[in-house]
Design a binder for this molecule. Structure first.
Ligand code: SF4
Length: 333
């Protein structure tokens, strides 16, 4: 595949012209000094549009356990329950536990904090009240941007949470619309889009991203970057599959660190103005190249543990950005 000159790519981005698929695909073939030039352009765009500060987001798994959905990457899906009958559903943690976790996240250096629950959605009044009250206290007492990831949600419930101070709603598209039926059969790509649209209508900022390494093609990754662009979301987390034993993807082919970094470059080129976060699975997939994520277009990292797998010690990520001469973003009310 012939490689497109950097000036051509830059020219199209500067003029807000969509990059053709073959041009983006050629990025996966780059190596050596050409690859460094691509990183350099991704870095230039990141600094131009999102500044030099690094966003750190942390999460709490506020409701953990088996879900009726069958997402192939997820250790909480109904497919895992079939294999492990002992897995149980835990009830939602208390408001106090959520607020305490937000305080710890802030002390560790996070400027955003997300309440994440397993299951199709949260529509039980009692659970909604716990989350809404926690959101209010996270905003007022803790001083960190509250975010929630609660599955497929109704507009009126999102509006209620917005009223309590929720700023960001997270809901991943997970993968491209074409590939989605291969990773989930219990809800559709369209269901995801409807939830995202409802959250937008409720006045919430949107965090919506993808997981790469689930068997999708490179072209699928380019399509997901473009599908996200069309949704015009605020934050785009790019997760790298860390296969969970017992899931259908437990033996998925490993990504290489360079494949991950090139995907970040593509997401920055397609979505130059947005926050792009290197999220779950970066330790497992990027290994020693983790700092390069912030040189390849990402301007944020997930700090601390993931949903079902451990992240690294937050102090290492603070050290990482200090060593790169970057600063962490602060919460602004
Ligand atoms: S809906 Fe969420 S918790 Fe349920 S299987 Fe899918 S990713 Fe896992």
């Amino acid at each position: 595949m012939s490689f497109s000159p950097i000036f051509q790519i830059k020219n199209l981005i500067d003029n807000s012209i969509e990059l053709p698929d073959d041009m983006l695909l050629s990025i996966y073939e780059a190596s050596g000094s050409t690859l460094m030039e691509l990183f350099s352009l991704a870095l230039e765009l990141k600094e131009k549009y999102t500044g030099k500060k690094v966003n750190f987001c942390s999460i709490i798994s506020a409701k953990t356990g088996i879900c009726s959905e069958d997402c192939a990457f997820c250790g909480q899906s109904s497919l895992v329950r079939k294999k492990n009958k002992k897995t149980k559903i835990n009830s939602l943690v208390t408001e106090a536990e959520i607020v305490e976790a937000a305080k710890i996240a802030k002390n560790n250096g996070a400027n955003e904090f997300s309440i994440v629950t397993s299951g199709t959605s949260i529509n039980n009044k009692n659970e909604l009240n716990i989350i809404a009250n926690a959101v209010k206290r996270i905003k007022e007492e803790v001083g960190i941007t509250p975010c929630a990831s609660l599955g497929l949600m109704k507009y009126e419930h999102l509006l209620l949470l917005k009223g309590y101070g929720l700023e960001i709603f997270h809901h991943n598209i997970e993968t491209s619309s074409d590939f989605f039926p291969k990773i989930c059969s219990t809800h559709s790509f369209k269901d995801n889009i409807e939830t995202i649209k409802s959250a937008k209508k409720a006045g919430l900022k949107i965090c919506s991203g993808v997981i790469i390494g689930m068997g999708e093609s490179r072209l699928d990754r380019i399509r997901m970057a473009k599908e996200i662009k069309n949704l015009d979301v605020d934050n785009i987390p790019v997760n790298f599959l860390n296969p969970i034993p017992g899931t259908p993807l437990e033996n998925a082919e490993e990504l290489t660190p360079m494949e991950c970094l090139k995907t970040l470059v593509i997401f920055r080129f397609v979505n130059p103005l947005k926050n792009i976060l290197a999220q779950g699975g970066r330790e497992h997939n990027l290994r020693q190249l983790q700092p390069l994520a912030l040189m390849a277009g990402a301007n944020g990292l997930l700090l601390g543990n993931y949903l079902l797998t451990s992240g690294r010690n937050p102090s290492l990520d603070i050290e990482l950005i200090n060593d790169l001469g970057l600063e962490k973003a602060e919460y602004v009310k």
